[in-house]
Write a protein that binds this ligand. Structure first.
Ligand code: UD1
Length: 366
């Protein structure tokens, strides 16, 4: 039996780890041990997702909590090392691009344990993003690079990675979306928030470049103020964003925008329903660019770049400078002549975790 420690830590990791834990269990040949670093720890940023997605309780929770990038990463490294020493896994599997991803990969490789990276090869080419640093470093020390879209294969080739390590397997996040689409449909979130299908926009924002500076966030709010005259906006606020809004004294201004609702972060099923029934999504998230592509909902990504170009070439995504004038222009263009592609990126078919499990079964010798 191959022993694989599977690591999750922050909200965007949970929907990726869920189908992998299931697929490994089905093989009967891979013993997957789930470790939660505790990077995200709130009921609404963590536990809710375990319940919604039926993820097994982690065997180990490192309970690192929040901190600066250096201290959070260091604390994960310090607490994960004894776990690897005790469990002696054949592999450590990490997903995505958060601090938990690089921290645990680094511990494993230094103890001579092989590392598998799910969602390898994505590049925004913007080293000002902490996630880009995490992606570059994790890929550089991984033995198995499991890629979600063609750009990832190309980026790794350009970086000189041995092609034997690289497998284009598709997108595990879409496995979770497809599996839960029907259950999400039963969510009562629209009624709870007083919304009608296709008559509202969904917003999510948490990137430091958008929410850490009053000028940047203020300009985005200028655009929301205009859009909210047209259609309601639902903005489930990330804890980091809510904290910054308070510190910057923007809370009152937001409350004055009629038609803007700012509920607490939602669980997976509620958020999926909210997104699927929306007219438009405005976001700076990575994963939501992918989800809207599969849901066929137009997405304006309020960033200068994306590490997920397939969502633009094959999907519903469009990049938009995070400033009032650009957001409003993109919004109006979308409203007047938005055509929606119904294409689906290759291998975003609900079977990515299965493909990954098969690779591990082969590694186990059969
Ligand atoms: C992290 C990831 C980012 C991911 C995002 C999704 C890194 C470098 N960043 O960013 O890639 O897109 O998660 O959510 O790993 N907080 C809470 N409760 C929690 C977790 C955090 O209140 O459960 C607060 C913290 O106190 C902190 C802030 O939110 O002030 C930021 O949390 P942190 O995990 O450090 O980074 P994110 O901005 O969430």
């Amino acid at each position: 039996m191959l022993k694989v420690i599977c690591v999750c830590g922050a909200r965007p990791n949970f929907m990726k780890i869920a189908p992998l834990m299931e697929a490994f269990a089905r093989t009967g040949k891979v013993h997957a041990v789930l470790v939660h670093t505790g990077q995200h720890y709130d009921e609404r940023m963590s536990q809710l997702f375990f319940r919604d997605l039926g993820i097994p309780e982690p065997e180990i929770n490192l309970e690192v909590g929040s901190g600066s990038h250096a201290s959070q990463t260091a604390e994960i490294i310090r607490r994960f090392e004894p776990v690897v020493l005790e469990h002696r896994p054949d592999w450590v599997l990490v997903v995505g691009d958060v601090n938990s991803t690089i921290a645990c990969a680094l511990v494993a490789v230094k103890l001579g344990v092989k590392v598998a990276h799910v969602e390898a090869g994505l590049r925004s080419f913007d080293r000002g993003m902490p996630e880009e640093i995490n992606r570059l470093l994790t890929d550089a020390i991984s033995d198995l690079l499991l890629v979600s879209e063609p750009s990832g294969v190309e980026n790794l080739r350009r970086e000189g990675v041995d092609p034997a390590k690289v497998h284009f397997v598709g997108n595990v996040m879409i496995d979770t979306l497809m599996k839960n689409r029907e259950r999400a449909n039963a969510s009562s979130i629209l009624g709870e928030l007083g919304l009608s299908p296709k008559k509202y926009a969904v917003v999510t924002l948490h990137r430091p470049s958008n929410v850490d500076h009053p000028r940047a966030l203020g300009s985005i709010l200028d655009a929301f103020e205009q859009i909210a005259r047209d259609m309601e906006i639902v903005f489930p606020m990330h804890p980091r964003t809510r904290k910054n809004v308070e510190v910057m004294g923007l809370g009152e201004r937001m409350e004055r925008i009629r038609g803007l609702k700012t509920p607490e972060p939602l669980g997976y099923l509620d958020f999926l329903k909210l997104t699927a029934d929306s007219a438009l999504v405005l976001t700076d998230s990575g994963g939501i660019q992918e989800e809207t592509t599969i849901l066929g909902v137009p997405c304006l990504t309020l960033r200068e770049n994306t590490e997920r170009p397939v969502t633009i070439s094959e999907g519903t995504n469009r990049l938009c400078k995070p400033e009032a004038a650009s957001i409003l222009q993109a919004y109006r263009e979308q409203r007047t002549n938005g055509t929606i592609s119904t294409r689906r990126p290759a291998l975003w078919d609900g079977k990515a975790a299965e493909r990954i499990a098969e690779i591990f079964v082969k590694l186990a010798g059969g």
